[in-house]
Design a protein around this ligand. Structure first.
Ligand SMILES: [Zn+2]
Length: 201
């Protein structure tokens, strides 16, 4: 993943919920720790109580800087560049990339052009099956896109979508939570294309 040392690169890990996207980030973090590289871990502020860590459902976690938008991310990294640390910043890890503003695309492109290796994970589709625009755009400027999948709750085949369930029924229209909100009372299940329930289906 880090062959282009000093050159910069963008890698996206995209997929539905329960695919292990954050776990994959934690694996990359392990490698960065092992090779003693400097890096930052970022996650977007989704609500006022965003926890300052990224967390996999497979129990591991890592402290993260919670930021409100792409500008703030750029500020944090620029400040680090200006501090002239002995060891240059090598990578930035970003979770939940889909919740960033569109400005993140230009920011990441600029940071990669300045030699940073960016590894971002996020949902590629929302619970209505539509692409998350920000994830798609970041995929568009990435060197590597790694699509990972989960297992369909209905048939056990590979699942690339997240179905939102409230009171046992699939949600097929935008309700008050217009985005996938992890804290809401809704449940999510991974499903394949065949078993994803859409409006009118
Ligand atoms: Zn299925």
């Amino acid at each position: 993943m880090f062959d282009d040392i000093e050159k910069g690169s963008i890698t996206v890990i995209a997929g539905p919920m329960f695919a292990g996207k954050t776990l994959e980030l934690l694996r990359v973090i392990d490698q960065l720790d092992f090779s003693k590289k400097r890096y930052f871990v970022f996650k977007p502020m989704i609500d006022k109580v965003s926890k300052d860590k990224i967390e996999s459902r497979w129990t591991k976690s890592k402290k993260a800087i919670v930021i409100k938008d792409s500008n703030e991310l750029l500020e944090v990294v620029k400040n680090d560049f200006n501090n002239k640390n002995d060891q240059k910043l090598f990578a930035i890890i970003i979770d939940e990339i889909q919740f960033f503003d569109e400005g993140i695309v230009e920011v990441l492109d600029e940071l990669a052009n300045n030699g940073l290796n960016i590894i971002a994970a996020g949902l590629d589709r929302d619970f209505l099956g539509s692409p998350f625009k920000v994830t798609s755009s970041v995929c568009g400027i990435a060197e590597n896109v790694n699509k990972i999948y989960s297992i369909c709750k209905v048939c056990g085949s590979t699942a690339y979508m997240s179905q939102k369930i409230i009171n046992g029924k699939p949600v097929v229209e935008n309700d008050l939570d217009t985005v996938v909100e992890l804290k809401s009372k809704a449940q999510y299940i991974p499903v394949c294309r065949k078993h994803f329930v859409k409006k009118g289906k």
